[in-house]
Design a protein around this ligand. Sequence first.
Ligand code: CMP
Length: 145
Amino acid sequence: YVERTLAIIKPDAVKHAEEIEDIILNSGFTILQKRRVHLTPEQASEFYVEHYGKLFFPSLVAYMSSGPVIALALARENAISHWRMLVGPTSVTEAKETHPDSLRALYGTDQQRNGLHGSDSYTSAEWEVRFFFPDSIVEPIAVGQ
Ligand code: CMP
């Protein structure tokens, strides 16, 4: 069924945003909403709160608030898993070895500055879309049937 997911083009990949958006559209996604935003450290902490306490959390927050990001609400059949496949593994080294066509292999730098983000589940997708698009009046698209 058709569902939504949240994509983020991270600070180091924003310079490739046009190319990345072309790949997104050529991969069958619809861009429902798009926003360029420079997160404060507090907003980045809130977005990544599930990683609070991990060793990489402080540097992740610093990185994600170091410059503008582009948040996109994407829709297509099985958007969540398709977007994660297109994005590739978290580690850019692994992405380059095992998924050379993935967006992280193409536009990421390392484990942290990995170019892109994708929601990892239906629950996080709904929460993450609302985080960036709180005024959206769009009803949840996915109706598991
Ligand atoms: P993302 O998919 O946005 O979700 C959490 C982010 O934390 C991840 O991409 C990376 O940017 C970062 N991250 C995950 N694991 C590590 C790690 N081991 N070291 C540094 N950053 C990490």
